[in-house]
Design a binder for this molecule. Sequence first.
Ligand code: SF4
Length: 196
Amino acid sequence: MEENFNNLIKELKKCKICKDRFGFVPHPVVLGNINSKIVQISQAPSATVHKTLKPFTDQSGKKLKYEWYKITDEEFYNPNNFYITSLSHCYPGKDKKGNDKTPPKICYDKRIKKELNYINNKLYIIIGAKAAKVLFPNENYNDLIFKNNYINNKLTIVLPHPSPLNIKWFKDHPEFMEKRIIEVRKIINKILNEKN
Ligand code: SF4
């Protein structure tokens, strides 16, 4: 089982299927192992991560790791703690308006679903509206953020995107920073302190 999973990840890291669609060589970014305690799924790596090849090494990552989770890089990048993946494993480039392009559906359908089948995680964290829409197509995004949810009977937290550009959502929802993130942090810390 573990060997199959490792082969899947090796193959994924070599994937270049979207080269023509993106107009540049894709760099798949994924980190974790079959026993990671927390599976975190976001939209796609940023332009910065496309260069560093390490997830969340950008402004969004700083907020997520240090202000929301309040954990160190050592804890976040420990593959026994977090399996870090996204709907698009690669940075997809910008659209005409300068926004990151939508994640290619092929990546989620052909790659992520397979990965997730192997992992013995205890918690899912879904980041951002696009990832939430794919995983919970029939639910209201804001409702998902303020309650506990479940995927495959496992506890699932949905978070807003920590991007510095996401200013309006935080202005409209002060209760996220006042209350919800404190509950989420407690859940994460409890799971990180549990033995596998
Ligand atoms: S986004 Fe996914 S499917 Fe496309 S090249 Fe990257 S890993 Fe392959």
